[in-house]
Design a protein around this ligand. Structure first.
Ligand code: HAM
Length: 431
């Protein structure tokens, strides 16, 4: 058998590929990316790109040493003579905040809105919508602690969903408070769970000392049963006054703009840098435990990375999960279209001339040409296979009169276009 791609990765394939069920249609992927770009650029977000690998220490400090991502899912990068100080990035935020600090972006007007897209890497158990190389669209707003910036970030996510044409999406909004609130909550959780530690899964027993809040996010049915039995209070009950006021302000903005949301009093995100506002977007087509995207405020991250205080908030969509949701809803999107013109010579003598006309035509439109002479019927067939709008023919008769025969494939209408007027013909139809 020929070599296969690694588990948990996907190929991005052209339209019409026979194996589409298991992989990604590149034009669908581009539709999601372009839609997000349009929405984000209208909001004043600028593009940023950071390396695909970073110092392991950045991810450890940024994402958090007690998270599953750092403890179990890191792809370490080795090269000759090296001991593995780098990892493939599991997410975009830590790298973007590092770039912000390292490049003095603090001097730019705040909030500085940045966005990126690209592959992220987590060595997870592979299942539907859970890959080892997946792709995110990521938005970050740095330099402001104003709840209006939080609400704008959530609105932007909602707007991407709306522009994509998805209807079955729910926003789950919560707050994980300020660090002191979280400490109080973790102390409460320790008190709750310690007497029952023997019943917890190994992972959760470990979390009891490191980060008890993560027990609430456990995938073990036994842990979840215990949580229910103990009637564990949610994080929201432990919010301090400042976090509570911030949370109320975010909600008021969202209500004013008619962004629907449900309060999730027990939201736990899989990354440690969050404080205050945290949220996730869910969709039935992707599965109950899997979010389409999520985000939150991370005011402490920059100091965690050794920089000055820089408040920040952001989110990321999983592009593959958005594709699953689009598929589940049957949302159609424009496939990559074919060329405006497919040009063929009718004899070998005119192949170079026809190709030359096609190359010139590419200055105004998408034009393809036949690499060998074709009979008219075959030229039309080829043009149709490529989903061209027009087929053009150049034979000795046309050449003698300085024209091209051009057929509109949908209607069958045929006309002659002077060679000198070809680019005008194309330009008029290119839009
Ligand atoms: P996250 O919740 O870890 O947040 O990931 C965001 C989204 O990426 C998820 O909701 C999901 O759609 C997608 N995703 C995550 N892991 C996988 C996977 N293994 N396979 C497929 N899709 C996946 C973050 O990454 C934060 N950096 C978001 C953020 C930005 N917070 C503030 N700024």
């Amino acid at each position: 058998m020929a070599l296969q791609r690694p588990k948990g990765t996907q190929d991005h394939l052209p339209d019409g590929s026979p194996k589409l069920s298991r992989d990604v249609q590149a034009s669908a992927f581009a539709y999601v990316q372009d839609t997000a770009r349009r929405v984000l650029e209208r909001a004043g977000a600028q593009f940023i790109a950071t390396p695909l690998f970073e110092e392991a220490e950045l991810v450890r400090r940024g994402v958090g040493g007690s998270t599953d991502i750092v403890r179990k899912e890191m792809f370490t990068v080795y090269y000759f003579g090296d001991h593995g100080g780098y990892v493939l990035r599991p997410e975009g935020t830590a790298g973007i905040v590092r770039a912000y600090l390292q490049n003095g972006l603090k001097q730019l007007p705040a909030p500085l809105k940045l966005w990126t897209h690209g592959p992220m890497f987590r060595a997870e158990n592979v299942q539907k919508g859970r890959l080892r190389q997946f792709h995110q669209v990521d938005y970050e707003a740095l330099g402001s602690a104003d709840p209006l910036v939080d609400a704008e970030a959530i609105w932007l996510m909602w707007e991407v969903v709306r522009e994509l044409g998805l209807t079955g999406v729910r926003v789950k909004l919560g707050s994980i408070g300020d660090p002191a609130d979280r400490e109080a909550y973790n102390a409460y959780l320790r008190d709750c769970f310690t007497p029952h530690a023997a019943r917890l899964s190994d992972d959760s027993r470990d979390r009891l000392t490191r980060n008890p809040m993560r027990i609430l996010d456990s995938k073990s049915a036994g842990d979840q049963a215990l949580i229910g039995e103990l009637q564990v209070k949610p994080m929201l009950d432990f919010l301090g006054e400042a976090a509570r006021a911030h949370f109320a302000a975010v909600q008021a903005y969202l209500r004013a703009w008619n962004v629907p949301f449900d309060i999730d009093p027990a939201i736990v995100r899989g990354l440690d840098y969050y404080r205050r506002t945290a949220w996730e977007l869910h969709h039935q087509g992707v599965g109950a435990k899997s979010a389409l995207g999520g985000g939150g405020r991370y005011d402490g991250l920059s100091t965690q990375l050794g920089g000055p205080e820089v408040p920040g908030i952001g989110w990321a969509f999983g592009i593959e999960r958005l594709l699953l949701a689009l598929e589940a809803e049957g949302v159609t999107f424009p496939e990559a279209s074919g060329p405006l013109l497919f040009l063929a010579a009718l004899d070998e003598e005119h192949v170079a001339r026809a190709a030359g006309l096609a190359l010139e035509g590419r200055r105004v439109a998408r034009v393809e040409f036949a690499y060998r002479a074709l009979k008219p019927a075959n030229a039309f067939k080829e043009a149709e296979r490529r989903r061209a709008r027009y087929a053009g023919l150049l034979g000795s008769e046309e050449a003698a009169r300085g024209v091209l025969t051009i057929k509109h494939l949908a209607s069958g209408e045929q006309q002659e276009v002077p060679l000198a007027a070809l680019n005008t013909f194309l330009a008029e139809r290119a839009l």
